[in-house]
Design a protein around this ligand. Structure first.
Ligand code: PGA
Length: 254
């Protein structure tokens, strides 16, 4: 695990984009794991800029998103399908046939989850997974208490997460109660991980993940066991850390 502290959100986002672009240039058919939420928006903006101005090519890329709400159709403006198309996919040259986002409207959710796991394996596994982190230490919708070996499955959202996400819904009661999410074990199988966090509200979660005990009560803490994980944070999210950390990945060789 390599922790990188950047001075601002934009610098954090650009650092992550540099890694994604580097891996993509080395392997045009990269299998990319993607996240929703406000955190990766700056990364997606920079990838779009790189696509437009530097010709960064996504035509051979396969994507897998971490999660999706159950019971919300893809065209709903709060679905993660909608989020991904609005904030990334429609601005780059990704092939829609290679895009995978959990189906929140699946008739048989368990069967869908099994298929999703198999599909990841059939595509060669995730090369690089982008991750946010919840203020309570969740990754994707793996809330505190989630098994650290878990696979893609349906999860009940905690009150904290529903409250955090209520800002995106017109009426807080509309926030779904369930989601399909990759498991902690699924995420850990990615060959590389980039976990991003910005703002002071994430400082405790980053401290617990990077320097705390590895525990299901903070699912993100499992990242300490990943050998090729980057944790890239802005100054505000780094304030509770006691270790001394890098400000760039380029000088580091794994
Ligand atoms: P956020 O959510 O990026 O909107 O802060 C991150 C998460 O909950 O994983």
């Amino acid at each position: 695990m390599l922790v990188i502290v950047k001075d601002s959100y934009d610098l954090m986002s650009n650092e992550a984009a540099k890694i994604v672009a580097d891996r993509l240039r080395k392997k045009p058919n990269l299998v990319l794991g993607l996240a929703t939420g406000s955190t990766p928006l700056g990364l997606y903006k920079e990838l779009i800029r790189m696509h437009r101005e530097e010709g960064l090519d996504f035509t051979k890329v396969t994507t897998f998103n971490l999660d999706e709400y159950v019971g919300i159709p893809p065209e709903h403006d709060q679905s993660y399908h909608y989020f991904m198309w609005e904030n990334l996919f429609k601005h780059i040259n990704v092939d829609p046939r290679y895009v995978h986002i959990p189906m929140g409207m699946a008739k048989d959710v368990d069967l869908f989850c099994e298929w999703y796991e198999k599909r990841i394996v059939d595509c060669g596994g995730i090369d690089l997974q982008i991750l946010g982190i919840g203020a309570n230490g969740h990754i994707a919708f793996n809330e505190p208490g989630s098994s650290l070996g878990s696979r893609t499955r349906i999860k009940t959202l905690t009150g904290t997460t529903r409250m955090d996400n209520a800002r995106f819904f017109k009426n807080p009661n509309e926030v779904p109660k369930y989601a399909i999410t990759m498991g902690v074990g699924t995420i850990m199988d990615a060959k590389e991980i980039i976990m991003l966090a910005n703002k002071a509200s994430k400082a405790d979660a980053i401290k617990a993940s990077v320097e705390g005990p590895i525990t299901a009560m903070c699912p993100a803490s499992i990242i300490q066991l990943h050998q090729t994980a980057f944790v890239i944070v802005d100054k505000e999210a780094s304030t509770k850390l006691i270790g001394l950390y890098n400000d760039s990945w380029e000088s580091k060789v794994f």
